[in-house]
Write a protein that binds this ligand. Structure first.
Ligand SMILES: [Mn+2]
Length: 279
């Protein structure tokens, strides 16, 4: 079975409880993590080690916090370190953990083969979702541009130049650092968008109170109907609800005292583990 799991953010005790609940079998099941494995939660180092050690039993796409951790490890002293990330930077295996992160993806296509009673199902997984003007193919291709850079000789240039909100609008003509930053922001930081599709970065709240002239990214009309389902995290305030069929918001704010969600892709069944922290 395949289980897509929302943002972990160092909530390792909840992850372990959730895996017990779903009776996770490492040789038979695959876990799909939608990013933000670390930060703010109490056991970020444990989560990172645990997920790395899952090897072939897990597929991870990177979130904004994971990319930020790569920056912190690469450019020590340049930015303030959240206290939950310091143990990772101090760990003996820090280098191996960061190298492993560097080889994870920004988007993944998951295909669940046809079974007797079910047709084939396709899923696109990314941390923030799928921009309305992008097809699944384009998202995978643009993610690949970042993955090639991140795994290559100039990955530190990519990481150093990824911060910033501009350009907020996607254009095929973008090149160089602007292009990479724009892809990373769309795949890892997107929440609300202006009606022209440009990203709004200030607001993290729920969809009842959108910033002026903005809507959630998944409410911008698409030119083409989606032929597959989208798995994403990043937006805890949605509490798992998008109101749009086939769009699955998996970050249910465990680190904020909410709960952790797993979705079994074969039948869409949801599993929950409430936060064990006293917030
Ligand atoms: Mn995030």
């Amino acid at each position: 079975m395949h289980y897509a799991i929302g943002d972990i953010q160092g909530c390792q005790s909840e992850l372990e409880a959730l895996l017990e609940q779903i009776n996770f079998r490492p040789k038979k099941d695959t876990l799909l993590f939608v990013g933000d494995l670390v930060c703010r939660g109490p056991r970020s180092l444990d989560s990172l080690r645990f997920i790395k050690n899952l090897g072939e039993s897990a597929i991870t796409v990177l979130g904004n916090h994971d990319l930020h951790l790569i920056y912190l490890a690469s450019f020590p002293g340049k930015k303030k370190v959240h206290k939950t990330l310091q143990p990772i930077l101090d760990a003996d295996d820090c280098h191996e953990l960061i190298e492993w992160l560097r080889f994870q993806s920004l988007a993944e296509q998951i295909v669940i083969p046809e079974r007797e009673d079910q047709p084939e199902r396709r899923f696109l997984m990314s941390h923030a979702g799928l921009p309305a003007s992008w097809s699944v193919k384009q998202a995978l291709r643009r993610a690949k541009e970042i993955e090639v850079m991140l795994r290559g000789d100039y990955w530190q240039d990519l990481i150093k130049n990824m911060y910033g909100d501009q350009p907020a609008s996607w254009s095929d003509d973008l090149i160089g650092a602007d292009r990479y930053r724009c892809i990373i922001n769309h795949l890892t930081r997107m929440r609300f968008c202006h009606l022209d599709g440009s990203l709004e970065f200030e607001t993290k709240g729920n969809t009842d109170q959108p910033p002026k002239g903005c809507v959630p990214w998944f409410e911008i009309p698409r030119q083409k109907n989606l032929d597959q389902q989208i798995l994403f995290g990043h937006w805890a305030a949605l509490q798992g609800k998008t109101g749009v069929k086939n769009l699955h918001a998996l970050d249910t704010g465990c680190v904020w005292g909410g709960w952790m969600t797993a979705m079994r892709l074969e039948d869409g069944k949801l599993f929950h583990q409430v936060s064990l922290q006293s917030v």
